[in-house]
Design a protein around this ligand. Structure first.
Ligand code: FAD
Length: 405
């Protein structure tokens, strides 16, 4: 496949670029996002304002159908928007979960009334969504969730008790997807049901987790006799795993998403600023980074070719995530080392490459866990790409409440 823009794509790119140049500010460094440096409430307000502007122009959810406020455009056009936007200050980590995962799940399984009332506010940044899958004992093995939803006597409501963890953005979310166990007598995957919940409901307590980079983007979420109306159930009772797979497939569809870590160009600048372009160690790191990034680019081209022919990204996407996250961490470690003793100190200047490196270093560790740990991705590649024998699974086919814990 030829990856040069077609005349129509070139025209679209130019349209997007013109709009961004008129409406957005150029990035000063790789992790330069809208509202950075402002207090949390102002940062959120700035992010919402940017999101509303982008949605009004049609660039917030390019591939969504027009009836939901998208452009009904192709994945390649979505990539064009991402490529162009990556040079400008945008948002990161506030709306992505809603737009990328929760709202597409609502489009697939929500009632007409919920679609009519929830999708546009989510698109325009008025409502924020989070995803509550992981629990203390159910991360990699997410189908092992223990949070329990029981139908109330007359059946119009569910009563939920349990705990989630690592819920990104729960502290400012309006709604959240919730995967709960509705029948523990069935095997693990069969006893799950998906709901969406109003995060401001009585019975939900959100406790922020403090991270090593200083932020608090993740939370523990506790449910104590939370009442959820049955009309907020997504999919059939017991079909929660199927619905969760829809959500996770949309996560995979976010091909080429900007994650704000170090890339080859940023590493080059760091090496150049440190006056180390002649250092053989630096040259080796730069060469390795370039080769890996080029491999990732070609891998992405292959995925896009498949998608443009109607395919969906499969387990081979795990390869890209595994390489990208480990590469980002290697580059960040090297960039820190290159700064010598200064690399061990915190850097207060948000415009300096020092702070970008510091944040990328702290974040790259998380990227090796989020969306599937390295080990889980290797298992997926082994079993589903290479066709190697399956990992032993002790709980297969056994009622969940009889699995030894
Ligand atoms: C940045 C970030 C954002 C996140 N946001 C969300 C969110 O919004 N919502 C949400 O629900 N969750 C979220 N998570 C949680 C994330 O999905 C889990 O952290 C992840 O699935 C791993 O689960 P765990 O932390 O419980 O680790 P565990 O599953 O307990 O794993 C611990 C270690 O054991 C290894 N391991 C586990 N099983 C196997 C196996 N079968 N074979 C080999 N090794 C294995 C793992 O690789 C890991 O090294 C987020 C996590 C991060 C880092």
């Amino acid at each position: 496949m030829n990856f040069d823009d077609t005349p129509a794509e070139a025209a679209f790119r130019s349209e997007v670029r013109t709009w961004l140049e008129a409406n957005a500010e150029p990035k000063r460094h790789t992790r330069d996002f809208v509202g950075d440096g402002l207090p949390p409430a102002e940062r959120l307000a700035a992010a919402r304002a940017w999101q509303a502007k982008k949605a009004a122009a049609g660039y917030a959810a390019v591939t969504w159908p027009r009836e939901f406020g998208g452009l009904g455009a192709t994945v390649l056009q979505q990539l064009i928007v991402r490529q162009e936007e990556s040079r400008f200050r945008s948002t990161f980590g506030i709306f992505e979960i809603g737009l990328g995962m929760c709202l597409p799940t609502l489009m697939a399984y929500g009632s007409e009334a919920h679609k009519a009332s929830r999708i546009r506010p989510g698109l325009y940044g008025q409502e924020i969504w989070c995803q509550m899958f992981s629990e203390p004992a159910a991360g990699s093995d997410v189908a092992g969730v223990l949070t329990r939803a029981r139908r109330d006597g007359d059946g119009d409501e569910w009563i939920v008790n349990g705990q989630k963890v690592w819920t990104t953005g729960a502290q400012f979310s309006d709604y959240g997807l919730l995967l709960a166990r509705t029948d523990p007598t069935l095997p693990k995957h069969a006893g799950l049901t998906m709901f969406f919940v109003d995060m401001k409901s009585a019975g939900i307590e959100v406790r922020p987790i403090r991270q090593m980079a200083g932020e608090s983007e993740f939370n523990e979420v506790f449910f104590t006799d939370l009442r959820v109306p049955d009309h907020q159930r997504l999919g059939a009772v017991g079909a929660g795993w199927k619905v969760a797979l829809t959500t996770l497939m949309h996560e995979r569809l976010s091909v080429g998403a900007e994650i704000g870590l170090l890339n080859f160009d940023a590493l080059w600048s760091v090496v150049q600023d440190a006056g180390q372009l002649q250092n053989p160690l630096a040259i080796e790191q730069l060469a390795q980074a370039w080769v890996a990034e080029e491999g990732l680019r070609l891998h992405q081209c292959r995925t896009l070719t498949a998608m443009s022919r109607g395919g969906v990204p499969g387990p081979e996407q795990s390869i890209a995530k595994l390489v990208k996250a480990t590469l980002a961490q290697r580059m960040a470690n090297f960039a820190i080392e290159l700064q010598g003793e200064a690399g061990q100190l915190g850097c207060d200047d948000p415009t300096s490459s020092g702070q970008a490196v510091e944040r990328a270093w702290a974040w790259s560790a998380a990227m090796r866990i989020a969306g599937g740990t390295d080990e889980i991705l290797r298992n997926i590649i082994a079993e589903r790409v290479l066709g190697l024998p399956e990992e032993a699974r002790q709980d297969k086919g056994i009622p969940f409440n009889e699995v030894p814990r």
